[in-house]
Design a protein around this ligand. Structure first.
Ligand SMILES: Nc1ncnc2c1ncn2[C@@H]1O[C@H](COP(=O)(O)OP(=O)(O)O)[C@@H](O)[C@H]1O
Ligand SMILES: [Mg+2]
Length: 263
């Protein structure tokens, strides 16, 4: 595997259960993501996005296949991977009984950051993410959007070169979403950071991502930049990503089944 990729997967597979009832959540996923880009991992609900992120960040063990993150094998060098990534996972995994301040302090210490750095970075992150007023609020009392922003702050405090964000904008207000987007873009452009984010929203990918992969039923159905995806879908140059996406995942409106509702 080429270690110059920020993220690289080789037949990465996750099967839940055994025998006839087994679910192949991620099915022989092979892709390479260069450093210094925002990578949009797009797919409908249940496509396997969260499962992929969980495997790449050490929360789930693959059934089959391998992957490297920041040049480290996800199964053989788990600690090196963890040191080099920031993650906002599906379930956020925050400590609900700490305040926002205490939580960031804890995360900073777990990363062995000097106390001064923790203080300074914590202030800046809370301020930029408009969380200063919630600094002394218990996590459990924060709204979903605030928890998400706090999870993002925690994911960034040690300046990781690779960042994984699972549906980062879901439940986040438009102003914060814009701030987050600008922040990510600056990290990518100035520090060559790699951002891997998942979403089921096509427009988000179109607005934010440099590179895109489309996943459906655990399988990679397309990867590349928007232009390449359009070509692959044999649509004309003016087609929206939405059309490409719907064509690739073969979305159909089940009109007959819904006749009782829409008829
Ligand atoms: N722990 C689990 N046990 C069994 N099936 C699971 C588990 N986690 C996810 N799945 C299944 O794997 C598939 C992919 O799920 P997920 O990765 O969460 O999709 P996405 O994030 O794209 O919506 C779904 O069919 C889901 O029901
Ligand atoms: Mg998900």
């Amino acid at each position: 595997m080429n270690n110059s990729w920020a993220i690289s997967t080789d037949n990465l597979t996750k099967r839940f259960g055994k025998g006839a009832s087994a679910v192949v959540a991620v099915d022989h996923l092979t892709m390479q993501i260069p450093a210094g880009c925002i990578f949009g991992f797009l797919g409908p609900n249940g496509a396997g996005k969260s499962t992929t992120i969980k495997m790449l960040t050490g929360l789930l063990r693959p059934t089959e296949g391998t992957a490297t993150v920041a040049g480290y094998d996800i199964q053989r060098a788990t600690l090196d991977v963890k040191r080099n990534i920031g993650v906002v996972p599906e379930g956020l995994n925050l400590y609900e009984r700490l305040t926002a301040n205490e939580y960031l302090e804890l995360v900073g210490r777990l990363h062995d950051l000097p106390a001064d750095d923790i203080g300074e970075r914590r202030e800046q992150l809370l301020s930029v993410l408009d969380l200063i007023e919630k600094a002394d609020t218990l996590v459990v009392d924060c709204s979903h959007g605030m928890k998400k922003k706090l999870a993002l702050a925690a994911a960034l405090i040690h300046r990781p070169p690779v960042i994984f964000l699972d549906e980062p904008f879901e439940g986040v207000d438009a102003v914060s979403a814009r701030t987050i987007k600008d922040m990510l873009r600056q990290m990518v452009d100035r520090r060559n950071v790699t951002v891997f984010f998942s979403t089921h929203i096509m427009e988000l990918v179109e607005r934010i991502a440099d590179q895109v992969a489309i996943i459906n039923k655990g399988k990679l159905v397309a990867t590349g930049d928007l232009k390449e995806l359009r070509e692959r879908a044999r649509l004309d140059g003016h087609a929206s990503l939405e059309e490409v996406f719907l064509q690739l995942v073969d979305a159909q409106v089940g009109e007959t089944q819904l006749s009782w509702l829409v008829g």
